[in-house]
Write a protein that binds this ligand. Structure first.
Ligand code: FAD
Length: 485
């Protein structure tokens, strides 16, 4: 049977921000690796958005060669410590593993959410945990691996053009790393004071320790990438300024960090937060370490989190760890929740209260303008909508009031609007995402884009996939232009 990754017990972990999943031991990893059938036509590779040679790295683990397993993964994935922790493998590589009880058609990379739950009691190889095991080698041995790869870079110096990357989330980091490996001089601009994007400010420490993100950033720096933080492109410098500074191409990876709200009465009350603000204050500004960090967060004791995705789950679980009671309010049922199944199970074990088929209609305030309660209506499921999920329909006269004093809205994020707004000629789609052609080139020649800024809120691995493909396209653009001139 599939080996499960050991975890901190639920009762203990809600008292701290340490990592929930503890990782495989050597013997557990090798035992799990032995389960892989080493298929002749490995469908798991097709299920991976960046095409990691999964059977090859698993075979190396089986042989006790953890370092070589990591190197195999790194051929395709610059951020394995991160992907081993947060990738939705259950919808991707693991979903199509032939060891699963139910055979699932190969439907790689995107829109696999329709498959959700099919493999809930899955017997497929625990690829995510094995990736994490291989990648964790680097946590202890970082300098050796980095030096080796830096040496590789020195061998490939034929491309010396300067490339700018805007945004240091997984799309920007991946593109920057791949271009640096090709020999380009890459400068990465980030508006926040630390690089990493959502990996730093959104995903909480207990799912993705920030030390790991910074280790991955150090690896990317070791490839020669220069990182300029506190630099808002579109404000500090325009895209035109970057070209004037001698950059030959620009990759825009500014993500989807614009919170969406419900548009119901009471959303301007005190103690109503977007999940983005709440998580940034806790994760990036370390509100949970107050007074060591002088940035507390003003929340009450009874928190309602509205939404059903990873962002909502993270917010509720952070609230629990701050010593609060957390209820997750979702208008559909558990089956339709877009959050990762593992994280839904974790949230349940930790004591998050789930209010399914419930839609908020009004946030009620007290005389001082603070949240006092949340008025909701009961829902039932109707016909499927465009997403394939059954549409929630309000049940007449079913209104009721939830006793809460803080509301966190986690119903989605839109693309960051600043750069398109101040960049003449940069075409956007109706939903505000940046328009790109099949080579990730925007409407401005030499300006490329990828990640959540072109897809809307998606996943780490799809952002990385875009960063990889864009790096190849930028290299081709640069070569074509050089040979033309
Ligand atoms: P981002 O990670 O958003 O990075 C964009 C960066 O650009 C940011 O650092 C931003 O500050 C910077 N920036 C923006 N504008 C400018 C500018 N003008 N100039 C300079 N810098 C700028 N995905 C998963 O696969 N698994 C998960 O478990 C998961 N959990 C999530 C939990 C939360 C709370 C959130 C918010 C998202 C989660 N996701 C998860 C989604 C995933 O993190 C994103 O899809 C991914 O980070 C997108 O990568 P990106 O590089 O496109 O953008």
């Amino acid at each position: 049977m599939r080996n499960k990754i050991p975890q901190q017990p639920a009762k203990e972990r809600i008292e701290n921000f340490f990592e929930v999943a503890l990782g495989f031991s050597k013997s557990a990893a090798e035992e799990e690796a032995r389960r892989c059938l080493q298929c002749k036509d490995p469908v798991c590779i097709k299920g991976c958005p960046v095409g990691i040679d999964i059977p090859a790295f698993i075979k190396l683990i089986k042989e006790g060669r953890q370092k070589e397993a990591l190197e195999k993964i790194k051929e395709k994935n610059n951020l394995p410590c991160i992907c081993g922790r947060v990738c939705p493998q259950e919808d991707q590589c693991e979903a199509v593993c032939v060891l699963n009880k139910k055979k699932i058609p190969i439907n790689p990379v995107r829109n696999t959410k329709a498959l959700r739950g099919i493999n809930k009691i899955s017997n497929g190889v625990n690829i995510g945990a094995l990736e994490r095991y291989a990648a964790d080698y680097e946590l202890n041995q970082l300098s050796t691996v980095s030096c080796q790869l830096s040496e590789n870079r020195k061998l490939k110096t034929e491309n010396s053009a300067k490339i700018a990357v805007v945004g240091s989330g997984p799309a920007g980091l991946t593109c920057a790393a791949d271009l640096a490996k090709m020999g380009y001089e890459v400068t990465l601009f980030e508006s926040l004071h630390l690089p990493g994007g959502v990996l730093m400010y959104g995903i909480p420490e207990f799912r993705l320790p920030k030390k790991i993100v910074q280790n991955e950033v150090e690896y990317i720096k070791s490839l020669g990438v220069l990182i300029n933080t506190d630099t808002l492109i579109g404000n500090t410098y325009s895209i035109d300024d970057l070209f004037r500074e001698g950059f030959k191409a620009v990759f825009v990876a500014t993500g989807a960090g614009l919170p969406q709200f419900l548009g119901i009465p009471g959303e301007n009350l005190n103690r109503v937060y977007s999940a983005n603000e709440f998580l940034t204050r806790v994760n990036l500004m370390k509100a949970y370490k107050f007074p060591e960090y002088a940035t507390p967060i003003n929340i009450g004791k009874k928190i309602a989190v509205i939404g059903g995705g990873n962002v909502a789950l993270d917010s509720a679980r952070v609230a629990l760890r701050l010593g609060k009671r957390a209820a997750l309010v979702y208008r559909r049922t558990e089956k339709e929740m877009p959050g990762r199944i593992e994280e839904i199970d974790n949230a349940k074990a930790e004591g998050v209260i789930f209010k399914f088929l419930t839609q908020p209609v009004k946030i009620i305030g007290d005389e001082k303008g603070f949240v006092k309660a949340l008025e909701c209506i009961k829902m039932e499921l109707g016909e499927p909508d465009a997403s394939g999920r059954r549409r929630p329909v309000p049940i007449k006269d079913s209104n009721f009031v939830l006793d809460v004093d803080t509301v966190i809205v986690a119903i989605g994020q839109g693309p960051n609007p600043l750069l398109p707004k101040v960049t003449p000629g940069l075409k956007t789609n109706k939903d505000g995402t940046i328009w790109v052609d099949k080579n990730f080139m925007t409407s401005i020649p030499g300006v490329f884009a990828g990640g959540d800024i072109i897809t809307g809120a998606d996943t780490v691995i799809s952002a990385m996939g875009a960063g990889k493909k864009a790096a190849v396209a930028i290299d081709k653009y640069n070569r074509d232009n050089l040979s033309f001139s």
